[in-house]
Design a protein. Structure first.
Length: 113
């Protein structure tokens, strides 16, 4: 997609601190982190939302990438993997948030579960 910031990162038209890459997946540090470790995991092929995803292989590749990054960042003792959708999805390119370390909002109910 032409105006998609994540597609531009995949094409190296926009900068990003990449932490993982293979033929299908790219993962990079968030520019607006809400935790000590905040990595965005995306498919390289544009998929707008979680509900638009038709290819189950994409989920497998994203899962494998997330697992590798958890080990790489040494956060296996505590992490969150979050998918936002609808009005909560700021960028219309499917992405997962991998969060670890100290979270910004310790009072958020999701941080206490």
């Amino acid at each position: 997609m032409e105006d998609c910031v994540f597609c531009k990162i995949v094409k190296r038209e926009s900068p990003a601190n990449i932490v993982f890459e293979n033929d299908q997946i790219l993962a990079f540090e968030s520019i607006a982190p809400v935790s000590e470790i905040h990595v965005l995991i995306i498919p390289k092929a544009h998929v707008s939302t979680f509900l638009d995803m038709q290819d189950t292989e994409t989920i497998k590749h994203m899962t494998a990438a997330a697992q590798e990054i958890v080990w790489q960042k040494k956060i296996e003792s505590g992490y969150k993997l979050v998918i936002n959708g609808g009005r909560y999805q700021a960028v219309k390119h499917l992405h997962w948030h991998l969060l670890g370390g100290k979270l910004e909002d310790e009072h958020d109910v999701l941080n206490n579960t």
